[in-house]
Design a protein around this ligand. Structure first.
Ligand code: THU
Length: 132
């Protein structure tokens, strides 16, 4: 699975975003260690804080299906022409860090160009169970 393929999965997932309030549509694709791709979109709610981000939708789908090991994440959001970057929010970075290693690549798009980061770059010094 290439970065382009995983980003294309995220672009398709963005089609299913439910974002009538912000109109900011996000798609995520999380690659399981066994090669399965788990996609997610943001799902907003009239009670705004009940909204769930695309990244957490994808992760929760995966974990609830029994997958706990991941090798890459792709996220797209916002402008579609050219495709743009949605940097994962702080809550999603923390939730991802529970299951994903800091060296895991995270692919984003900026003006149609692929941006490659790692989860550890997005969330250095993460809080983890090692603290207690
Ligand atoms: N959103 C995501 O889906 N992922 C993020 O990492 C940032 C924000 C969504 C939540 C909400 O539906 C919309 O973007 C605007 O905040």
């Amino acid at each position: 699975m290439t970065a382009e393929q995983l980003l294309n999965c995220a672009i398709q997932a963005r089609e299913r975003a439910y974002a009538p309030y912000s109109r900011y549509r996000v798609g995520a694709a999380l690659l399981g260690a066994d090669g399965t791709v788990y996609t997610g979109c943001n799902i907003e709610n009239a009670a705004y804080p009940a909204t769930v981000c695309a990244e957490r939708t994808a992760l929760f789908k995966a974990v609830s299906e029994g997958c706990r090991q991941f090798s890459a994440l792709a996220v797209v959001g916002g402008a579609e022409e050219p495709d743009s970057c949605a940097y994962p929010c702080g809550v999603c970075r923390q939730v991802l860090s529970e299951f994903c290693p800091p060296e895991m690549p995270v692919y984003l798009l900026d003006g149609g160009h692929i941006v490659k980061l790692t989860l550890g770059e997005l969330l250095p010094h993460s809080f983890s169970a090692a603290a207690f």
